[in-house]
Design a protein around this ligand. Structure first.
Ligand code: GTP
Ligand code: SPV
Ligand code: MN
Length: 604
């Protein structure tokens, strides 16, 4: 039973008491981080059928969970930024007046835990007590949430100790309710440090430390406190005889962050001594350090990664991370072996065949020959099925992972899924130009959010669904941060596109581990070892400067995907100007000028 005397912070106690009054739980459990509580909750979830225990030998400590078919991804249409002024949410967010939203939510939350148990999760984003870290309390009625938060964040009494008497903690409330999609709300109240999520029980909607706190609320805090919360992976690359260089990369959801963060260099690079270290795969908190450089931490403690497509060839390190103490959401199950399966995992099996029988992600029987009404193969795992894996499981986790002061950043990389127009890689001319390049990012939509898939939309810095305030102010914040960093200490900016397709729709660039070849060019640019070709959009590599050793890929094709096609960029620049209009007078002048300049250059 809940012992309130364990909590000394009056503000935390007030928050909890207020939630108890509203939600009216049957029982209350404080998640103190002890093994006993996790064991008891795991046993309870297995007994009730909420979780399925996997093969104790091949997947020790691992569980499978299935969500409702109506609850399988983030729901952007039902995600709200409830700032006091509508203008502060900006054109890229849904907004509702906080008073109105609180009233609506309080109606939904009133007695929502009747007959249920309330779990109180004190968690830290970033190493507990670290200089960039922040604390949250999530209230939930879901064991799935508790067990996932244990992996994704640092949970326990030491978090409350680190918080001390401070009022600087995020107040998170989650209630499953009836998982009714019509009553689903994922709401952020940035001015109140408050998150409320109702009627969902899926990953990013309910693990409130992740997108809701570490991006939406934190981006707002970062603007006020002169730091940044970004949808970025963090990786370190070692070249023989040189210090490790750290880079952050922002790609929209399901566009390759986890893959790039854990990349295995091609054989020829390994032989030369190249090594990659993962610091983070989804979110970076970035702040200026005492030496004037920008430092990044990964506020998370685990990976909530896309399962389909993950195999030992595409992402060995991610796959290894899922082999113990992991939770799988909406993947398929082999009922005989009690092992999990998803599309493209068969590439690991010796006979390269799909299993002949599975239980699919909805709990139904599945065979490889099944087709849907349109004659397309029925997928065994949901396209947005995920694994939750402890970061310490990752074979290439960085020794700096627990360093609360972060790692120094030498490059920011932007990128998205663009079948045409955008070259494999190009470099910005300056910080301002880098911010411009990030602001004009576009990408085809994916299964990570509900809605149409494969439509190109503008997604500035991959933050469109995650920026907790006006996107125009966010651009200005990027420009302001740049002014605080000395020129010689500024990271370089790059843009990449792994997703150019040929006439048949096949990806041209091999991607995955071979992306090392592009990162290598960036390292050489950072160290001033190679020059580049100036184009209207920025600096593009000379084809000879991308090391293709050991790869069956022609220099002609490489030249093709490095080309800047002025006609295509004219259409692009016009689209950018159109998109920019939505920001009205909040669009920084320097960005408007750069859009004009780009259009003028490519129109010549
Ligand atoms: P979120 O967790 O939603 O933020 O996604 P993410 O950005 O971490 O994406 P992830 O690395 O999980 O990759 C998503 C999908 O993109 C997977 O199906 C990958 O197989 C595919 N992918 C990743 N990298 C590459 C690449 O270099 N080339 C190609 N063609 N596909 C890639
Ligand atoms: C994303 O969609 O960018 C994710 C998955 O990382 S979720 O946590 O569901 O947002
Ligand atoms: Mn993400």
């Amino acid at each position: 039973m809940f012992d309130a005397s364990k909590i000394k912070n009056q503000k935390v106690l007030e928050f909890i008491q207020d939630r108890i009054n509203l939600l009216q739980p049957k029982d209350i459990v404080l998640i103190d981080g002890s093994e006993e509580i996790y064991k008891a909750l795991t046993d309870e979830a297995i007994a009730s059928g909420e979780m399925i225990k996997l093969n104790e030998k091949t997947y020790p400590g691992c569980l499978l969970h299935r969500t409702r078919p109506n609850d399988v991804a983030r729901v952007e249409a039902r995600t709200f930024i409830c700032s006091r002024k509508e203008e502060d949410a900006g054109p890229t967010n849904n907004w509702m007046d906080p008073k109105e939203m609180y009233a609506k939510l309080n109606g939904i939350l009133d007695g929502a835990y009747k007959g249920r148990t309330m779990y109180i999760i004190p968690f830290s984003m970033g190493p507990v007590g670290g200089p960039i870290s922040k604390v949250g309390i999530e209230i939930t009625d879901s064991i799935y949430v508790v067990l996932n938060m244990r992996i994704m964040t640092r949970v326990g009494m030491n978090v409350l100790e680190a918080l001390g008497d401070s009022n600087d903690f995020v107040r998170g409330t989650h209630a499953k309710c009836d998982v009714d999609p019509e009553q689903r709300y994922i709401t952020q109240f940035p001015e109140d440090n408050t998150i409320i999520s109702v009627n969902s029980a899926y990953g990013g909607n309910v693990l409130l430390g992740k997108k809701c706190f570490a991006l939406r609320i934190a981006s707002y805090q970062g603007k006020n406190e002169m730091w940044q919360a970004e949808h970025m992976l963090i990786l370190g690359i070692e070249r023989p005889g040189k210090p490790i260089v750290y880079m952050c990369a922002a790609f929209p959801s399901a566009c390759g962050k986890t893959n790039l963060a854990m990349l295995i260099p091609p054989k020829s690079f390994q032989e030369k001594g190249y090594k990659v270290y993962t610091v983070g795969d989804d979110i970076a908190w970035i702040k200026k350090g005492p030496d004037g450089r920008l430092y990044a931490i990964n506020p998370e403690n685990g990976f909530f990664g896309v399962a389909p497509g993950t195999n030992s060839h595409s992402n060995y390190n991610a796959l290894m991370s899922t082999k113990k103490n992991a939770i799988f959401t909406n993947v398929a199950l082999n009922p005989e072996t009690k092992e999990v399966w998803w599309e493209a995992l068969e590439k690991d099996a010796p006979d390269k065949k799909k299993p002949s029988f599975l239980i699919d992600w909805t709990g139904k029987d599945w065979t490889p020959d099944m087709v849907d009404a349109e004659g397309k193969p029925v997928k065994a795992a949901h396209p947005n099925s995920r694994f939750t894996a402890p970061a310490i499981n990752c074979p290439c986790i960085s020794p700096e992972f627990e360093n609360g002061a972060g790692v120094p950043i030498s490059a920011f990389i932007f990128g998205g899924r663009r079948p045409t127009t955008v070259p494999l890689v190009y470099q910005a001319k300056s910080w301002e130009n880098g911010v411009f390049i990030g602001s004009i990012m576009g990408s085809e939509t994916t299964a990570a959010a509900t809605g149409a898939v494969g439509v190109v939309r503008r997604d500035p810095m991959a933050m469109r669904p995650f920026c907790g305030y006006h996107m125009g102010d966010y651009f200005q914040h990027w420009l302001d941060i740049g002014k605080t960093v000395d020129l010689d200490k500024q990271p370089k900016f790059f843009n990449v596109n792994w997703f150019r397709t040929d006439a048949e729709g096949n990806f041209i660039w091999p991607g995955f581990g071979d992306n090392m070849r592009v990162l290598d060019w960036m390292l050489k640019r950072i160290d001033g070892e190679v020059d580049a070709v100036e184009t209207p959009i920025g600096f593009v590599p000379k084809a000879d400067d991308i090391d293709l050793t050991g790869l069956d890929f022609s220099k002609e094709t490489l030249k093709d995907i490095l080309k800047v096609d002025n006609a295509a960029w004219k259409v692009e620049a016009e689209g950018i100007k159109e998109f920019y209009k939505s920001f009205g007078n909040k669009l920084p002048k320097s960005l408007a000028d750069q859009a004009d300049e780009l259009l003028a250059k490519v129109s010549k």
